[in-house]
Write a protein that binds this ligand. Sequence first.
Ligand code: NAP
Length: 314
Amino acid sequence: MYDVAILGAGPAGLTAAIYAARARLKTVLVEKNYPGGQVAMCDKVENYPGHNTNTSGFDLSMSMKEQAERFGAEMKSTEIASLELESDEKALVASDGERICAKTIILTLGASPRKLGVPGEMEFIGRGVSYCAVCDAAFYQDKNLAVVGGGDTAVEDSNFLTRYASSVTIVHRRDAFRAQRIIQERTINNPAITVEWNSVVKSIGGKDTVEHVVLENVKTGKQTNLSVDGVFVLVGLEPNTKMIAGHITLDDGGYIITDEDMRTNIPGVFAAGDARKKLLRQIVTACADGAIAATAAEKYIEGAPWPQAKDAKT
Ligand code: NAP
């Protein structure tokens, strides 16, 4: 049996693995895809302290993984189908039936791209509709693109997309971006980018691939046709918490509620990273969560008491 089983290998999970393994706890990190989660898709990480050059999200994630392995953390690549959390011996149960048993579980489930839910979106996924600029930008050399959203991802990735595309039209539902000022400044100064303010995408159309989007101005109700070769939907994230709903206390948005030591409502079960309810979702806060969760798990194994859950809405 492991001391700590961590589910999800984004920065929170990788940091939890570094801290738990370095504390000489028998540690396993379970992930169905590749290490890094959302961060692995980041072209450049420039606000993680100490990395002020051109570190890619992928390289940073691989370096965290190697660090965790160096301290003795075991990596397992498998899909987890269910969780057994309530008893003292907890288990992550893989879809192939394997049971990964541990004294403590750290849930670092991350978040996934939110969908628009408009006609044509699902139909054209992979044929012009994308949720990842770093993954798909190169397919749009000299093409015209729409980017939907006004947060850090949409505004930052629009700039990145102009390395390939000849034009990017940002479609934002309000008249001001949510993105950080420094990111906005670069975008506003980029001649290949225009912004359709107060506008939403009503539908995405084309024959075999995307050829246009129908925009609606939310102030005037006027609809226009914008010819594009691709649409990047970058409208935020949804926590990957469906699997634990009903067991772990979540807020109305589906984010895991923890105390400041990353404890959930179930003794021995911790949560860290983007799937947790918190103010700021960044690599640095995910790493901090992971370090705290691993340390709190160590204390729990040593016999530290578990506080009563105050906010127990599931
Ligand atoms: P976000 O901050 O939640 O922004 C989502 C954007 O999409 C908002 O502008 C929102 O509009 C818009 N939106 C949401 N639902 C929509 C819908 N159904 N239709 C149209 N527009 C919709 O998400 P994010 O930009 O992906 O960022 C996620 C987290 O990662 C944030 O904490 C962010 O700071 C962080 N991040 C940081 C960096 C960086 O520091 N360099 C880079 C990328 C991401 P409203 O503004 O009107 O709500």
